[in-house]
Design a protein around this ligand. Structure first.
Ligand code: GLN
Length: 296
């Protein structure tokens, strides 16, 4: 986990829980290494070579890389380096919200050759704004003007990993919390260079899921899938990340993705594993359904 609030794992509690739900589903023990994003930066190499070395060693030892959401520019360059490392070395990568925007900035710099590409959140005057302030937002009224809450994502590419992971549905509703978005004017340029936008909002202009088809697992989502992940019903993209990290992605995709189909009688079509035990009837009722008080 490459983030800003390392050492303060509560900030990423939902993300940790989502990783755990997916690890249980894959019957693997989860180990999370916290990598402070700014420690990956060249500045740290000069100022604190030991932290720099340790952080890069942690990153290089990881089976998967996750860049979670965030605001503000501290550590952004380190997160970009982490995304670059995962892309180039074919390490499973999941970028959430800012983590998705980071992946897009990295692609613009490394593949489109736009060295100074950035989000206008971090460089308002960048000549290559590949992530921009959403037109409907307000810079003077923060808070409620964010794009918040449940919004719909429509899948665009039939055989993409994300589409399959979400069970080949035509759309999914996920939670949002952001002010910036991928610059719609640059989408064609990205697509021509191999980056696939596999999920978009209802207008088709707002990018929700980005994916590298020729990478074992490289997915960025503008939404926050961690908020809808539950024990026994792991988030599709988290499950994909963990499955990719432990060699189970192919079989997961063949099975038709994440076990998210809850039937009207409260049972799922599949059997679920809890602490290594298979629940007899695959039921999602009882503690899982209501245990956290959130209506799914
Ligand atoms: N929650 C997030 O990661 C937000 C990402 C970015 N800072 C934005 O506002 O769009």
């Amino acid at each position: 986990m490459v983030g800003k609030y390392t050492g303060l794992s509560d900030s990423y509690l939902s993300v940790l829980k989502a990783l755990l739900h997916s690890s249980v589903a894959c019957r693997r023990k989860l180990f999370v290494d916290w990598v402070p994003a700014s420690d990956l930066e060249n500045e740290t190499a000069k100022e604190n070579p030991e932290n720099y070395r340790n952080s890069w060693n942690l990153l290089k030892g990881a089976d998967a890389v996750l860049v979670p959401g965030g605001f503000g520019d501290r550590g952004v360059e380190g997160k970009i380096l982490a995304a670059k490392y995962a892309r180039e070395n074919r390490i499973p990568y999941l970028g959430i919200c800012l983590g998705m925007q980071i992946a897009v900035i990295e692609y613009a710099r490394s593949i489109l050759g736009l060295q100074d590409a950035n989000s206008t959140e971090f460089d308002p005057n960048t000549p290559n704004p590949c992530v921009i302030f959403m037109p409907e937002g307000s810079k003077t009224h923060m808070g409620g003007t964010m794009r918040l809450g449940s919004r719909r994502t429509y899948f665009q590419v039939k055989d993409s990993k994300s589409t399959k992971l979400f069970g080949n549905r035509s759309f999914v509703d996920e939670r949002h919390r952001h002010r910036y978005e991928v610059n719609p004017d640059m989408v064609q340029q990205f697509e021509d260079a191999g980056l696939s936008f596999t999920g978009k909002d209802e207008t088709g202009h707002r990018m929700e899921i980005v994916e590298l088809p020729n990478h074992p697992y490289f997915i960025g989502v503008q939404f926050h899938p961690e908020f809808k992940s539950r024990p026994g019903k792991p988030s599709a993209v988290f499950l994909g990340l963990i499955a990719a990290a432990c060699g189970q992605l192919d079989s997961l995709l063949k099975k038709g993705g994440a076990p998210t189909h809850v039937l009207s009688n409260g049972t799922s079509g599949e059997k679920f594993h809890r602490n290594g035990t298979t629940l007899a009837n695959g039921s999602l009722d009882g503690i899982y359904r209501n245990g956290n008080g959130v209506h799914v």
